[in-house]
Write a protein that binds this ligand. Structure first.
Ligand code: NI
Length: 196
């Protein structure tokens, strides 16, 4: 059931607008998912579609204005331009993953990686994370699953899970860097609102 659902995710979907900082939904603690129905499947499908289109390797529900404990990830897919400067891309090697109501059972070690975020456009900074994690979560049917993750997958899960707790990347930076980027993002958003 889950595999079939995931096989079809890329064939259909709706691209949802991505909320950018300082949208208040990004600083809210998201709510647990209790109903596993068709509506949830459609939401997850649209989130994957939005993520691939953005393009990104992870997307959390608050980023599309839905304050629920859901995120989608694909750290494996390839994105190749069909022809040089065509602006058209061919995506392949999909490995979509859906996490609902995730909780960390283990967090070990330390690693640093230059992260970006679709809700914080133009910011790429080194962020400290746990090196490997064990995460428990519900799949799209509500079944409880456990996953061991390290490397980019572990980093991505931690980044997306932060979104569910109302935490964005700049909250993980020094005070000085945080206030610098916060001002920059607010200014960029104000300027963008003048573009008709
Ligand atoms: Ni993000």
């Amino acid at each position: 059931m889950t595999e079939k659902f995931l096989e079809n995710y890329k064939l259909e979907g709706e691209s949802l607008p991505i909320k950018t900082y300082p949208d208040p939904v990004l600083t809210k603690v998201a709510e647990e998912v209790t109903v596993f129905d068709q509506e949830l499947q459609t939401l997850c499908k649209n989130m994957l579609y939005t993520m691939y289109k953005a393009p990104g390797i992870g997307l959390a529900a608050p980023q599309i204005g839905v304050s629920k404990r859901i995120f989608v990830i694909d750290v494996d897919y390839e994105r190749d331009e069909t022809e040089e400067d065509s602006g058209e891309y061919l995506l392949s090697e999909f490995n979509p993953r859906i996490f609902i109501n995730p909780t960390f059972k283990e967090k070990v070690g330390e690693t640093t990686y230059q992260e970006g975020c679709l809700s914080l456009p133009g910011i790429y900074e080194d962020i400290k994370r746990f090196e490997s994690i064990v995460v428990e979560y519900n799949d799209v049917n509500g079944e409880l699953k456990t996953m061991d993750a390290d490397g980019l997958l572990s980093i991505c899960i931690q980044h997306e899970n932060d979104h569910l707790d109302g935490i964005v990347m700049i909250d993980r930076m020094s005070k000085l860097k945080k206030s610098f980027f916060k001002k920059k993002l607010i200014k960029a958003k104000k300027e963008a609102s003048h573009n008709l």
